[in-house]
Design a protein around this ligand. Sequence first.
Ligand code: GLA
Length: 420
Amino acid sequence: MKKTVLQSSLVICIFGAFLLLSSCCSNKSASKTTVSPEVSEILPWLEAPSLKETYKDIFENIGVAVNYNELRSSDVLEGLEYHFSSVTMENEFKPQFMFNWQAPNTKGTFTSSKGVTITVPTNIPDFSRMDTILKVCKTFGLKLRGHVLVWHSQTEKSFFRENYKPTGAYVDKETMDARQEWYIKSILEHVKEWEEKNNDNQRIIYAWDVVNEAVSDGANANNYLRQNDSDWYKIYQNEDFIVNAFRYANKYAPSDVQLAYNDYNCAMGNKTAGILKVIDAIKATEDDDFLPGRIDVIGMQSHVDTMNPSTTSIDIAIRKFLEKGVDIHITELDVAGSPIGNEKMLRFRYKELFKTYAKYTKKDGGNGISGITLWGLNDERSWIAQKNGVTQCPLLFTHGNKGYMTKSAFYGAIEAAKEQ
Ligand code: GLA
């Protein structure tokens, strides 16, 4: 019974769509002015204005998250070169991927800056994909935001446990501190050597999210850190793992690599306050003689929806971070609450967001927003393509049988630059 109803609704829908289409086509041939201006702007992405050109005087980087397969597709690479200067690997530089899901062996040793000797694996990190990614980015003139060194999620459980056994007891703080230094050193030195050898010692990875999402949504005066689902917190019970990560990143990264703390819900008052505490704790180590820390950037993830957070609260958070003397990267921008048919709303939202960000362009050597990264190329592959059973259209491009096409929302972002 249900099936029959569904089938007939489908037939009605198809018929309706056919009528709509033929009326559009006949209107089009009768008079071009009857075509909605939004529809007429839907273009193959190489025929539309270039996003990065449009923003070249406002942001140092316009970026997008991609996955390994996208980065190896010639269609995608053409569009990346045309619209973007920077890419973020959606997954491939996360600890779990660098471990390549292999059980770590215990064949090597490492002595930390503090003189603690630990056993370390010799079979990981696995740099094979990272090297291919670096090579592709070099060939296509793309830079990379490194994402991510220290995170409670997508990190092997075994990394935190005795003998690297996923079921072992947690190691003590001293051991974990040395493991953290070993991991950060391994990644950053590998990239540095690759760039020295293959890119005249010029940066391809220009920034790293050193720590991701360590502040709690429920941050308060007594405790501002994520606790229950964080193995890092369970071992440390305080923010030392965050601060130390920035000391090690500063020690092993070239000085022109920007070091970022990245998080979501940055415009929520108590979360903003928690992130400000992170900045203070890292900055307090800047003049340390032994292992100085450094923080250059707050990464504001920006998984927003069409209504929230308001641009007023985003504005307040941006100003608070900038007052601390750091820059901002908008790192993971997409707009949920954007079901099909909500194009006008989405265009308006992208426009007001880009206008808000553009107000904080870097000027006269001061701090500002230096880059924006969209969290995905096209709606169909977005991590929120389906939310609560509803198909979402959270991004600026769509991909179908005509290839990559601009959406109305894309022009919201373009208009924002022109209205500066
Ligand atoms: C967080 C992480 C990203 C990604 C998204 C979901 O924001 O920082 O790497 O995993 O969640 O796609």
